[in-house]
Design a protein around this ligand. Structure first.
Ligand code: GLV
Ligand code: MG
Length: 348
C-alpha cells in the first residue's frame, strides 16, 4: 500500500516536488546522438533547432571503451546547448556497470538542463522505484529546481507483461517507448530487423474455390500492433506519453513513414530518429494533417457544447467525435505555438 497523500511528496529532503501532469512540450522526434563521437556532437546545436528533442545516448551503440567519453560529452553538450533546446539522455541499463555513474553525472553535472532520463530494459515497477529515489537524492544534492522525469523503454517480455504497473509506478514517469530490437530478442521473435514489418508476417486470401491454383492476394501485417496498442493504453490511462521507437532501416524512408504513421494513428505522440532524414519524416507524420485539423475545428465550431447528433459534411458527429476533434485541435494548437509554419497551415 502507498499513501496517496505522499504521492506528490519528494522522495528525498530538498528534492523538487513531483509534477502532477507531464509537460505538454512537443516531442514528435527524439533525435539520438552519441556524445562520444565528436563529429556527431558538433552537429547537435544545429540539429537541436530542427528536432523537438535531442538525446545523448550512453547505452547500446556506444562501445564499452567509449562509455566514459560519452558521459563526459553529454555533460559538455548540456552546458553549451541553447536554453530553448530540449535535452534528454538514455543511460545504460540498471544491471550494467555504468548506470550509477551515468545517472550521477547526468543529475549532478547537468541536472538543470536534462529534462528526461530514458531507462532501458525496464522490467517492472521496482526498476522505476529504484531510479526514482536515486534521482531524488541526487536532485537534492545538486539543488535541481524542477524534477527530472523518467522515460522507460519497453523492450523485454517481462516489461511488456508489467507495462501498466511501469506506467503507474511514479509521478516521475514521462512516457514509454517501444524498443523493438531488444523486445524481439527477448521474445524470440524471428526477425533481425529494428522495428517495421516483415515480409514473412502476413495473411493470405482464401483460395478461389473455382480456381484453387490461382495466385492468392496477400498482405503484410504489423508485428508491433499488439505491443503498441497495449503500451498506448497503459500510457494514456496514467497520463503519460507513448512513443514508437527506432526504425533501423534508414534508407527505407517509405517503410519508416508507414510505421511512424501507424503508431501516430494508434495514439503515439512521437518517435525516435536515428538519422537526420528521420527528423523530417517524424515531423510530417506526428503533426496532424491540416485538413483533419480544419475538419476538427469545423466540428467544434458547429457543436459548441459537444452534445447531440449532427451531420457535418455527410458524417455523423456526436459527443464522442467531438472529443476526437478536441484531441486533434489541442495537439495542433500545442505544435503551432512553437512552429510558425504549422500555425499558418492550421490557421491558428
Ligand atoms: C531500442 O533500444 C531497441 O532495442 O529497439
Ligand atoms: Mg534496446
Amino acid at each position: 500500500m502507498r499513501n496517496p497523500r505522499d504521492f506528490l511528496k519528494p522522495l528525498a529532503n530538498g528534492a523538487p516536488q513531483p509534477l502532477l501532469d507531464v509537460p505538454a512540450t512537443p516531442s514528435r522526434m527524439i533525435h539520438f546522438f552519441d556524445p562520444s563521437n565528436e563529429k556527431m556532437a558538433a552537429k547537435v546545436p544545429d540539429i537541436a533547432q530542427q528536432a523537438d528533442v535531442v538525446l545523448g545516448n550512453l547505452e547500446d551503440g556506444v562501445p564499452a571503451d567509449r562509455k566514459e567519453a560519452a558521459r563526459a560529452g553529454l555533460v559538455e553538450i548540456a552546458k553549451s546547448l541553447a536554453p530553448e533546446a530540449t535535452l534528454w539522455t538514455r543511460v545504460n541499463s540498471l544491471e550494467s556497470p555504468w548506470v550509477l555513474d551515468d545517472i550521477t553525472a547526468a543529475v549532478l553535472e547537468a541536472g538543470d538542463k536534462i529534462d528526461v532520463i530514458m531507462l532501458p530494459k525496464v522490467e517492472g515497477p521496482w526498476d522505476i522505484h529504484y531510479a526514482d529515489r536515486l534521482i531524488a537524492q541526487l536532485e537534492a544534492k545538486a539543488g535541481v529546481r524542477r524534477p527530472i522525469l523518467i522515460h522507460a523503454i519497453l523492450e523485454t517480455a517481462l516489461g511488456m507483461a508489467n507495462v501498466e504497473e511501469i506506467a503507474s509506478a511514479s509521478p516521475r514517469m514521462q512516457g514509454i517507448s517501444l524498443g523493438p530490437a531488444d523486445l524481439a530478442a527477448s521474445r524470440r521473435m524471428k526477425t533481425t530487423r529494428v522495428g517495421g514489418g516483415h515480409p514473412g508476417y502476413r495473411v493470405l486470401d482464401d483460395p478461389d474455390p473455382a480456381n484453387p491454383e490461382a495466385p492468392r492476394a496477400s498482405a503484410q501485417q504489423d508485428p508491433w500492433h499488439y505491443t503498441l496498442a497495449r503500451m498506448v493504453d497503459a500510457c494514456t490511462a496514467t497520463g503519460i506519453l507513448p512513443y514508437y521507437g527506432p526504425y533501423g532501416d534508414i534508407k527505407d524512408v517509405a517503410g519508416c513513414e508507414a510505421q511512424f504513421r501507424a503508431a501516430f494513428l494508434l495514439g503515439c505522440v512521437g518517435t525516435w530518429s536515428l538519422h537526420p532524414v528521420q527528423i523530417g519524416i517524424a515531423k510530417k507524420v506526428f503533426s496532424p494533417d491540416p485538413d483533419e485539423v480544419a475538419f476538427a475545428k469545423k466540428v467544434i465550431d458547429a457543436i459548441p457544447d459537444g452534445r447531440g447528433v449532427h451531420m457535418i459534411d455527410g458524417k455523423m458527429q456526436d459527443d464522442a467525435t467531438w472529443k476526437q476533434a478536441q484531441v486533434m485541435v489541442t495537439l495542433a494548437k500545442s505544435l503551432a505555438e512553437r512552429d510558425p509554419e504549422l500555425a499558418e497551415a492550421y490557421g491558428l
